[in-house]
Design a protein around this ligand. Structure first.
Ligand code: ADP
Length: 499
């Protein structure tokens, strides 16, 4: 930092120079005002110590010049006691401080330190102001960049506030939803979108009532577009919900492809089934013949071939079932059903299989009489047959499988539990996908199609039921099915209906 001392007295100039140099300043000296101004023209100076009474140009005039030259220079007036009023006048005209003459070194140091601190604070304030300016500029650029990105996205984007009012809609969203006019910000979502399910989803997420972090909804628009909306809440600093962001994707082409694929699979399966069944039957006949003739090697080979054809036949059976469910062609024939009886029959039927693995298969019935439920018996047989077969398959020899029934207010809960291999968390989300099979050391030698659980899920959807899993690797799994009880099937009516 540099200081200029302007004083006609040698002793003041020399004394000040000594003190200020020791304080770390670069010191310039001038004995006249004009000489001082000349130095200021040549060197950057932050502080000027200026005597008021000087021959030639007096201090006040020099001060005025300095103010014009650079108003940021701090001028400290040096003045005798007699001219203290003038010093005050000088301060009114923009001088920063004054120091009476004669002064002690400590006095000078104090005044200069004050000025130095002031310069530091001014610089800091300037830096902060610049930084704020830069941040504001950055924010502005960021905002417009994000807006451009959102506007040019091929997916539809909708942002709402906590009341479910529109905060932003990008052009793709308007196009996908067939909204022709610009929707004014602040309009409730129902004012521009007719699909009630979609509006409900948006309102639920916006108000923070969504069951999970991201909710998905599929629907068809009037223009026959099949759309998938995925919404997430916008959370504030303390986790409070501030609204929703909905991402809208056109899945029409995917749906068409999926349908075509299902139709293809159904067709191929259908074509394969009858010749395979014929081969299977014929193999069985040849095998029977061989048993009678006692040719063991041929018997072994042929029974392997028969096993494989049986595997293929069940794969095709599963594929056809699944295709029918997915195409909505499954014939659901709702009838009043005594669930405990139906489960008892399935458990009895599966018992031989469980016994083959020395497993204990048990049905635990509910204490009170169960209401009749309206469902399709064949669909239920397929659901529980699959779940119990899986429990037997994925539980080692000697394990235990239990089927339990509980009555809840509007539904019946059926638990199929085993103490088998269990399923790792990473696989649980996938086991309802077609052909998904968990591959590990324990399941390696178990044959299957990976279609059982998708069939179970598809059938339960048709029946208005649902399924949940709890599983712990090496501990076992519980598949819980919920089946609705219709109003006229409430427990009170059960006795009269079962009679
Ligand atoms: P599949 O049994 O023909 O392979 P599923 O769709 O019925 O096909 O089951 C998918 C996968 O889920 C199985 O391959 C198995 O790994 C796992 N799984 C199903 N039920 C159980 C169970 N009770 N215990 C452990 N794993 C199971």
């Amino acid at each position: 930092m540099s200081i200029l001392v302007v004083d006609d007295e040698d002793s003041i100039r020399e004394g000040s120079e000594r003190i200020l140099t020791r304080m770390g300043f670069q010191v310039y000296k001038a004995s006249r005002g004009s000489e001082g101004l000349e130095i200021l023209g040549r060197h950057p100076v932050e502080i000027v110590l200026l005597d008021l009474k000087m021959p030639g140009m007096d201090g006040m005039e020099v001060l005025a010049h300095i103010q014009r030259l650079n108003s940021e220079i701090l001028v400290i007036i040096i003045t005798g006691y007699a001219t203290i009023e003038t010093a005050i006048e000088a301060m009114k005209r923009g001088a920063y401080d004054f120091i009476p003459k004669p002064f002690e070194p400590d006095q000078l140091r104090m005044v200069i330190n004050r000025a130095r601190e002031r310069i530091r604070l001014t610089e800091e304030t300037e830096m902060l102001a610049q930084e704020r300016q830069r941040n504001l500029a950055d924010l502005g650029t960021e905002k417009s960049r994000i807006r451009t990105i959102v506007e040019s996205l091929p997916n539809g984007i909708l942002v709402t506030n906590v009341q479910g009012q529109v905060a932003l809609m990008n052009p793709a969203f308007q196009w996908l939803m067939g909204i022709e006019e610009d929707t004014a910000t602040g309009e409730p979502i129902e004012s521009c979108i007719q699909d009630k399910g979609f509006c409900q989803l948006v309102k639920d997420i916006s108000a923070g009532n969504a069951q999970s972090l991201s909710a998905t909804y599929e629907f068809t628009t009037i223009g026959e577009k099949c759309l998938q909306a995925t919404g997430r809440p916008v959370l504030g600093d303390v986790g409070e919900c501030q609204g929703a962001v909905v991402n809208l994707v056109d899945i029409t082409a995917m749906k068409v492809l999926d349908r075509m694929k299902s139709e293809f699979v159904a067709k191929v399966s259908h074509e394969l089934r009858s010749p395979l069944s014929t081969i299977h039957e014929q193999l069985a006949l040849v095998l029977k013949d061989m048993v009678e003739k006692e040719s063991t090697r041929d018997q072994y080979l042929l029974s392997r071939a028969k096993e494989k054809t049986q595997g293929l036949i069940s794969l095709i059976g599963d594929l056809l079932d699944l295709s029918r469910i997915e195409a909505g062609n499954v014939c659901i024939d709702f009838k009043p059903i005594k669930l405990d009886e139906l489960l008892k029959n399935i458990v009895d039927f599966m018992e031989t299989r469980a016994n083959g693995k020395n497993q204990h298969l048990k049905l635990v019935l509910h204490d009170e009489p169960l209401p009749l439920i309206k469902a399709d018996p064949q669909a239920l047989e397929s659901v529980f047959g699959n779940l119990i077969a899986n429990a037997i398959n994925y539980t080692p020899e000697g394990g235990a499988i239990e089927v339990g029934i509980s009555l809840l207010p509007e539904k019946i809960q059926i638990d199929v539990s085993d103490n088998g291999f269990g399923i790792e968390a990473k696989d649980i989300d996938n086991i309802f996908k077609r052909f998904y099979r968990v591959k590990n050391e324990k399941t390696r030698f178990i044959t299957g199609t990976g279609l059982g659980l998708p069939i179970v899920k598809g059938l339960l959807d048709e029946l208005g039921g649902s399924i949940q899993i709890q599983s712990e690797p090496s501990q076992g799994s519980t598949f819980t099915v919920f089946l609705p009880i219709s109003a006229d099937n409430s427990p009170q009516n059960a006795a009269s209906q079962t009679e």
